[in-house]
Design a protein around this ligand. Structure first.
Ligand code: NAD
Length: 462
């Protein structure tokens, strides 16, 4: 499906329309918000086949991966928000001293206003619509900017959305860097961006000009530590799932392995076995394996493979026409290898072998804080050691990726892997303003005498 970019002259009108709709209080009632969330849910339910097809066109994404990593999760976020909205949006009373004993003192959860959500291509539904659930639930008007790189999904959402969501309050603008740059000249009340750190800096710079708060969901090199004591077969299976899901194009995919010396040969065999189990003898003909999103990302990954000084022990096959890169494991990778420079963001898994986990900790701490960190071990002391001596957005012990779908765990990075977090109630909070409120009655005026001038000696004696 062809994606038409929004004419740049339309952008100011769209922004103004959404601003007016917010000012007219259209999004304030909880019933209205729930109705819109039901609309979003229905859009996903009633158009499953078309959505599957569009995301397949963009990423060759297997329907099961779409369900687990995108549509199923967004639908669950809608259900949770609808179910809990009254509770989330309720005023919260605070304790007061004697002076405010007769007042109503509380925190309101007010919407921020008009918010902008900018999505990335690798989970083109989730990264746009999961934050939108929080923004709608919190009572904002919302401008969505899908990634133009996943063009089929963006085009389909643009077609579907008007039938399910109130167009006065929720709109899509399509485009690439030029259109987004224009968009960023407008005043928003929050910008929620998912994508690379390089563009994150541009977004934050533009937001700073208007003092607009931001949430930045970025990336990084997420390491997986593997201690000597692990069950090698289970570890390889869970890591193969985490790494090769969506063809490695996942912000929290294990980027590289730090393996304690002694188990590497067994681990390689276990990876071969799990890849065979998941995708058969040819990942290329497996309906469970995705593709690289486009030629430029394919060439970037191919060039990493060509330049590595490590040894490819599993996979390594590529086909540019088909944008196919096999699930690939590279061993004997050194710290200064090409594969260790930036986030890989594809199905290539380098393995660094260390004598002690402490070496791996040192290596991780020499780089930026990653978005996720994985630790595989049965030994509590070793687990605590790695967790206590590293920093990362999130951490999972003995599995990979799965924290993303636990809605009560705030998801986000730290330092260069991101600012802020979301999912579940946290998404509602991100798009809400905690407005302090003190409601006094007109009575009890005598009590106020103490603070009014003239400040006689009696009044100031404490
Ligand atoms: P992308 O190319 O889809 O870009 C993201 C968004 O930024 C798009 O909507 C795009 O139109 C916009 N954009 C691009 N250039 C711009 C510019 N100059 N000015 C303004 N807007 C611009 O995605 P990407 O950047 O390739 O995403 C991959 C990165 O995102 C990886 O680093 C990955 O780890 C990270 N990521 C993070 C998360 C997370 O939840 N933390 C999720 C997915 C991806």
């Amino acid at each position: 499906m062809a994606l038409t970019y929004t004419p740049v002259d339309d952008i100011p009108k769209i922004v103004q329309g959404l601003r007016s709709a917010f000012n007219a209080n259209l999004t304030k009632s909880l019933e209205y918000r729930k109705q819109q969330l039901r609309g979003l849910y229905n859009m996903l339910s009633e158009n499953e086949a078309a959505i599957c097809e569009a995301v397949f066109q963009d990423l060759h994404k297997p329907p099961a991966e779409l369900m687990i990593g995108e549509s199923g999760m967004i639908k669950q976020e809608c259900i949770d928000a609808i179910k809990n909205l009254e509770k989330w949006a309720a005023n919260r009373s605070v304790k007061t001293g004697i002076v405010n004993k007769f007042d109503n003192v509380h925190i309101r959860k007010d919407p921020l206003g008009l918010v902008l959500i900018i999505g990335a291509w690798n989970y083109p539904l989730n990264l746009l619509l999961a934050p939108a659930v929080g923004a709608i639930a919190a009572g904002n008007t919302v401008l969505l900017k899908p990634s133009e790189v996943a063009a089929n999904t963006a085009a389909l959402l643009t077609k579907l959305l008007p039938s399910y969501l109130d167009q006065r309050c929720y709109r899509i603008v399509n485009g690439a860097a030029a259109e987004t740059t224009l968009l960023l000249e407008h005043k928003f009340d929050h910008i929620f961006y998912t994508g690379s750190g390089a563009v994150g800096k541009i977004i934050m710079g533009a937001a700073a000009k208007q003092l607009t708060p931001v949430t930045l969901e970025l990336g990084g090199k997420s390491p997986a530590f593997i201690a000597r004591d692990v069950d090698v077969a289970v570890t390889a299976r869970r890591l193969s799932f985490g790494k090769f899901f969506n063809c490695g194009q996942t912000c929290i995919a294990p980027d590289y392995l730090i393996v304690e010396r002694g188990i590497e040969d067994k681990l390689i065999e276990a990876f071969k076995a799990s890849i065979q189990e998941f995708y058969g003898s040819s990942a290329k003909s497996s309906s469970s394996y995705g593709r690289i999103v486009n030629k430029s990302h394919f060439q970037r990954l191919k060039s990493l493979l060509d330049q590595t000084k490590g040894k490819v022990v599993v996979g390594g096959e590529t086909d540019e026409e088909d944008l196919f890169i096999a699930p690939t494991l590279v061993t004997d990778v050194e710290k200064d290898d090409k594969l260790m420079e930036g986030e890989i963001f594809g199905p290539i898994l380098p393995m660094i072998i260390v004598d002690r986990l402490a070496e791996g900790v040192k290596l991780v701490n020499q780089g930026d804080q990653p978005l996720a960190l994985y630790m595989f071990s049965k030994n509590k002391k070793a687990i605590d050691y790695v967790l206590d001596h590293t920093r990362s957005g999130g951490v999972v012990v003995n599995d990979a990726l799965v924290h993303f779908i636990v809605s009560n765990l705030p998801f986000g990075g730290t330092g260069p892997s991101g600012i802020g977090n979301y999912h579940g109630k946290r998404s509602f909070d991100v798009f809400s303003h905690e407005r302090s409120a003190l409601i006094k009655s007109m009575g009890m005026e005598k009590l106020n005498d103490l603070r009014y001038p003239p400040y006689t000696e009696k009044k100031t004696r404490w």
